[in-house]
Design a protein around this ligand. Sequence first.
Ligand SMILES: Cc1cc2nc3c(=O)[nH]c(=O)nc-3n(C[C@H](O)[C@H](O)[C@H](O)COP(=O)(O)OP(=O)(O)OC[C@H]3O[C@@H](n4cnc5c(N)ncnc54)[C@H](O)[C@@H]3O)c2cc1C
Length: 414
Amino acid sequence: MAEAIHADVAVIGGGVIGLGIAHEARRLGRSVALIDPAPATGATFAAAGMLAPVSELHYQEEDLLGLMLESSKLWPSFAGGLRQAVEATGYRTTPTLAVGADAADRRALADLRTVQLAAGLGVEPLSVRTAREREPLLSPQISCAFEIPADHQVDPRKLAGCLMAGLAAHSPGADTWVGGARDGFAVADSAHGLLWDGRRVAGVELGSGKSVLAGETVVANGLGAPALAGLPEGLELPVRPVYGDILRLRVPAHLRPLLTATVRGMVRGVPVYIVPRDDGTVVIGATQREDGLSATSNAVSAGGVYQLLRDAQVLVPAVAELELLEATARARPGTPDNAPLLGRVAEPDGYLAGLIVATGFFRHGVLLTPVAARIVGELLTGSPDSRWSIFRPDRFSASRGQPWPMEVPTGAHQ
Ligand SMILES: Cc1cc2nc3c(=O)[nH]c(=O)nc-3n(C[C@H](O)[C@H](O)[C@H](O)COP(=O)(O)OP(=O)(O)OC[C@H]3O[C@@H](n4cnc5c(N)ncnc54)[C@H](O)[C@@H]3O)c2cc1C
């Protein structure tokens, strides 16, 4: 075998999920090899960073809501546990405003509020006048406004930067890292596939031919997960790309602040959001389409850009005066039930040793970063919380042909 690198935990994928998990593993005292040729350039690079369990509530997604609310609770301590000041991540706990453009949007948001209230979530109606006192650049034409105290935000690029910097500082030695570039934070190779030692996963074979030997391997490479060689036989990881176009714009000095709160709008039935950042920029997003415009690229849709600017201007007319800095598209890792594939893979007599899967975070990966890190940390220390076994990664793998235990059985390989 070519040159091998040793670590307690190998994490494949350096998006927010892999970075959060690597951070937690380091916090637990484990050495970590984080494997990614281009960290934080996938969905993480595009994400708006809304931490929005309430606005993101969807019919029949109660299990996912529970996971989102749990992560929401963990956010303050997660952000506070980074080496940098909380502000360095762009974490803000300002309430979100939900606004509608016309009468039909008002009815749709009121219907959604009924569902949100039934789920015990707080959504307070505001008069348009009160909303405009808080956010003077909101259009006087909006039809309704609601305040959502629990929905917050973070800047995913800053968060990823903080997690990477923290990992680099904690790295116990170069031998636990793959590569050696990037300011001492070494991330330089792609994972080709899983290495096995008998019936357990023993690490990762890299694209370069090198390998990482690890007691635990975490598959956290988003849409790249199903392509890994050597996945357990019959394990289906049904993640599919759901593309999103998103814009970044600079607010000229005379219009600052454009907004103080995240504004989520419904404009003629189409959702749009405007997220203000501390640096005087705003993020306007996001489309949702399953039509990769070209086979290999993250091509931006002209129609998507048009739709976002058109709808954002209906809510905040001054959007037309902003400087367009960036139009980006990335794919969210979607799953059939919109929930992540998270946990160990079951075997008839327990769980497959040495492997944890954490992919399929779809629209909520930034929000779910703390809870994903917590759940994987608990799996690493052998103390899993059975509430989360509903997200087990083999739940779509009928060909593995077994009723999977909902509770961790005695004697499970942890
Ligand atoms: C437009 C848009 C807006 C969004 N807004 C929000 C939001 O407001 N709030 C929210 O919570 N979520 C949001 N999301 C969703 C969120 O971005 C994703 O759920 C999240 O980024 C998933 O994180 P991840 O680490 O699993 O995947 P990614 O961020 O895609 O990272 C996967 C990483 O794996 C690496 N990789 C792939 N294959 C390999 C391999 N073989 N070997 C090594 N590395 C590999 C890639 O280089 C990449 O760095 C948004 C997404 C989009 C596209």
